[in-house]
Design a protein around this ligand. Structure first.
Ligand code: NAP
Length: 288
């Protein structure tokens, strides 16, 4: 393990992922817009870079884990951006969820400065990020994937090389569509039962003990029962992912209404809550 890794983005996912690389023994440079969020990692041995340029110069592999397309482009491009900081020869991996189009653009621009690019969005939330059991959905040159594999092994239980750039982000949008459908279905089921006099905890037990139960329904049960939704996967990110899926051409009967429902929940101020807070929004509808 010789690579020094530069990690950009220490949010809910980025922080525990970076921590796992540190634990695995990698030398780690970190950068976050809000520098104070790096404190714990610096105490554990990471080096805080004062600029993206410093991070880039000091690292062989650079990984970004940021909110959305705009944030990722802001970090990659422009004056002082990653691709304007002697990135030649570096392996740059974007693990944030962005559109396939943004991924192609980043690959093209990386190539133009002699950097190697991979997209590697992840499936799994904060707990799998902490446990190093994410699914990593990779698109890009296979040799670059092989080079990154030892790093992915420290972050996930499985990394899939799916083909060229665009494949990883397309797979990620597809799995998050399933996630959105499942959580909407769970929320509607619980609210329908409640409206007919069945307690939420009883309905959730029926779901979880039967064939409809899944790790996901079990994971979200306590939040529903306690009506408490601290963000693991913030609802605002699901709004983004459904918008990207619609832009990518998903046109099944449930797709548009699903995207609109999550967007309306966001407009009601639930964006910073966990995605399961969709039930809070739906409950206001069923109370009308
Ligand atoms: P998060 O907690 O909201 O963190 C977002 C990160 O992006 C923070 O480091 C933030 O910096 C940075 N950022 C946002 N806008 C920026 C900008 N304009 N310039 C520079 N930095 C900016 O997000 P997350 O939950 O870690 O998710 C990160 C990515 O993983 C997203 O694409 C999300 O869709 C995807 N994802 C999330 C989960 C999950 O369960 N949370 C699961 C799978 C995939 P500050 O600290 O300064 O705000």
């Amino acid at each position: 393990m010789t690579d020094t890794i530069g990690w950009i983005g220490l949010g809910n996912m980025g922080y525990p992922m970076a921590k796992n690389l540190l634990k695995a023994g990698y030398a780690l440079n970190v950068y976050n817009r809000t520098a104070s969020k790096a404190e714990g990692l610096v105490n554990d041995g990471a080096t805080l870079a004062s600029s993206i340029k410093d991070l880039c110069v000091e690292s062989e592999v650079i990984i970004t884990m940021l909110s959305d397309d705009q944030a990722v482009k802001g970090i990659f491009l422009g004056e002082g951006g990653l691709l304007n900081c002697q990135a030649e020869g570096k392996l740059v991996i974007n693990m944030s969820t962005v559109s396939p189009r943004t991924s192609y653009e980043l690959e093209e621009m990386s190539k133009a400065v002699g950097a190697r690019f991979l997209e590697a969005p992840v499936s799994g939330s904060v707990k799998p990020a902490e446990d190093g059991t994410l699914l990593i959905l990779v698109g890009g040159d296979e040799d670059n994937y092989r080079a990154a594999q030892p790093i992915f092994e420290k972050l996930g239980k499985l990394s899939f090389w799916l083909g060229s750039v665009g494949a990883g982000s397309s797979a990620k949008l597809a799995i998050n569509y399933f996630l959105a459908l499942t959580l909407e279905g769970l929320a509607e089921t619980v609210l329908f039962a409640k409206k007919n006099g069945i307690k939420a905890e009883d309905m959730l037990r029926i779901v979880n003990e039967g064939a409809c139960g899944s790790p996901l329904t079990k994971l979200k049960t306590n939040a529903i029962v306690t009506n408490s939704y601290p963000a693991a996967f913030a609802l605002k990110h699901m709004v983004k992912d459904l918008r990207l899926a619609v832009e990518q051409g998903i046109d099944f009967p449930l797709a548009q209404p699903l995207a609109e429902t999550y967007k309306k929940a966001f407009d009601k101020g639930l964006g910073e809550e966990d995605v399961m807070a969709i039930i809070t929004y739906l409950e206001t509808l069923s109370a009308d």
